[in-house]
Design a protein around this ligand. Structure first.
Ligand code: GDP
Length: 454
């Protein structure tokens, strides 16, 4: 860990600038070997939070104009000395500068190594480190906001608030049990129950928000289904603003599932346009139809499309039946044509029904509102603490279960030392959640999923 590491911090595509980040004890000295400031000064004499304009020098020759940014430990992202070289963002220049930095003595940074060092140096806790990865992966606006608030410590504060109460209670109980003769204020079962219930409620609130949080941050798989020609592909295109799905008036055009991620109402839908539902003698189409039914079954959200200009037929009715009990929005398309559909029957079968004209691009706002209301994320507060992944949820669940046990025990008059074991195990889970008591294995596992340069 003591070594100085370096990596390209920006993307692997050409851009205006590319940044090489170096972190560790020798970061500035190594940067000084490849960068010479325009004013003839030495990078090594620079204080933190300062920038110098100068040249990248490769094999003794000036190769590019660049800017060096210096951060001094502990006031940097990693908590170590950090130098960032911003060069012109042609990929070759960025790579050559990195090679020179490695030649000057830096080791190549592993996946997530900068964030891992930040964690190990106490700059971030594990939930914040994980939110760095979420922030970079975020596709939807809500997801972006939620990860930002996690990075600011929204979840850490909520968890640490509970943890503090548990540790105070545990210390008091231990003292009470171990030193019965000392004048330690007595703790009653009522007080204990009140504190534990408060902690239990706080954890319950976090667990309750998990599913909606996942919907908002990870997106939902969404199947667009309906019989042929109702306008499924047109709806897909309206949503994606592209012509990815093939639109024709010939029935059975979409045979395989066409997939695309889109943002709707601040969240991400993982859209699947499917083959039209009907009986088909064509083998390929029949397989497509089978896949459509499977998508309908498995999707977290269904957009069931109906044609406003046609009366309901057996396939429409079958679709209505299959959507029962699912999170499904009825999308009545072609409202620009003379209405023949009995919309009341459709409306009665679905929790949400919206009218659109995919051809004239009408109805997107009401579809967006219906989707976020149906998924329960219309008023989702992205600033509130949020468990971001299965690891965090599991620790929270286990802590919650230990608290339930402790509360049951307190109600049954179980001794304080026995109760304290349960409280300690809840506290341990919360310490693992924020990483204060995470094993090396867990930490390695988290950071191995990061990209190099983060
Ligand atoms: P799919 O088979 O359900 O995917 O339907 P398509 O999207 O391929 O559309 C079938 C036909 O309906 C095409 O000729 C589209 O131009 C037409 N269509 C789709 N949406 C509308 C609409 O809102 N209004 C009208 N008038 N025609 C539409």
């Amino acid at each position: 860990m003591a070594s100085t590491v370096a990596a390209i911090a920006t993307g692997s595509a050409p851009g205006g600038i590319g940044v090489i980040r170096i972190s560790g004890e020798r970061a500035v000295a190594i940067a000084a070997e490849v960068f010479s400031p325009m004013d003839g000064s030495s990078l090594c004499d620079m204080k933190g939070y300062r920038a110098k304009y100068g040249h990248i020098v490769l094999d003794g020759e000036q190769a590019d104009n660049a800017v060096a940014l210096i951060f001094r430990a502990p006031k940097s992202y990693t908590g170590e000395d950090v130098a960032e070289l911003s060069v012109h963002g042609g990929l070759l220049m960025v790579q050559k500068t990195l090679e020179a930095v490695l030649k000057a003595g830096a080791a190549p940074a592993g996946p997530g190594e900068f964030t891992k060092r930040a964690f190990l140096n106490g700059k971030l806790d594990l939930t914040q480190a994980e939110s760095v990865a979420e922030l970079i992966a975020a596709e939807g606006e809500q997801s972006l906001k939620a990860s930002y608030h996690a990075l600011q410590g929204a979840l850490s504060r909520a968890v640490n608030g509970v943890l503090e109460k548990l540790l105070d209670t545990s210390a008091l109980m231990a003292a009470w049990v171990d030193y019965p003769d000392e004048e330690i204020p007595a703790l009653s079962y009522e007080e204990l129950t009140a504190t534990l219930s408060e902690c239990q409620t706080a954890l319950q609130a976090l667990l309750n928000r998990y599913d909606n949080g996942q919907t908002v941050t990870k997106g939902v798989t969404t199947a667009i289904v309906g019989r042929p020609n109702v306008g499924k592909s047109s709806l897909m295109n309206m949503l994606t603003r592209t012509d990815k799905s093939i639109v024709t008036h010939i029935e059975g055009t979409t045979r395989d599932i066409v997939e695309e991620n889109i943002r709707l109402g601040g969240m991400v839908l993982r859209l699947m346009d499917t083959a039209g539902l009907r009986d088909s003698q064509d083998l390929v189409e029949a397989i497509g139809i089978q896949k459509a039914y499977q998508a309908l079954e498995e999707a977290q959200l269904v957009l069931a499309v109906f044609d406003a200009s046609q009366p309901l037929d057996e396939y429409d009715r079958e679709l209505m039946e299959k959507c029962r009990g699912k999170k499904a929005v009825a999308v009545i398309n072609k409202t620009d044509l003379t209405p023949l559909l009995d919309t009341a029957i459709v409306e009665a079968a679905f929790e949400k029904t919206v009218s659109i004209s995919a051809k004239f691009d009408e109805g997107l706002d009401s579809l967006s509102a219906a989707v976020s209301e149906l998924l329960g994320v219309a008023n989702f507060d992205t600033a509130a603490p949020l468990l971001a992944n299965a690891r965090q949820k599991q620790h929270c669940e286990r802590a919650y279960e230990s608290l339930c046990e402790a509360l049951d025990g307190a109600a049954a008059g179980v001794t304080f030392d026995a109760l304290n074991v349960m409280i300690d195990s809840a506290a341990d889970e919360l310490l693992a959640l924020t990483g204060k008591k995470a094993t090396t294995e867990v930490v390695e596992n988290i950071f191995k999923n990061f990209c190099v340069g983060k």
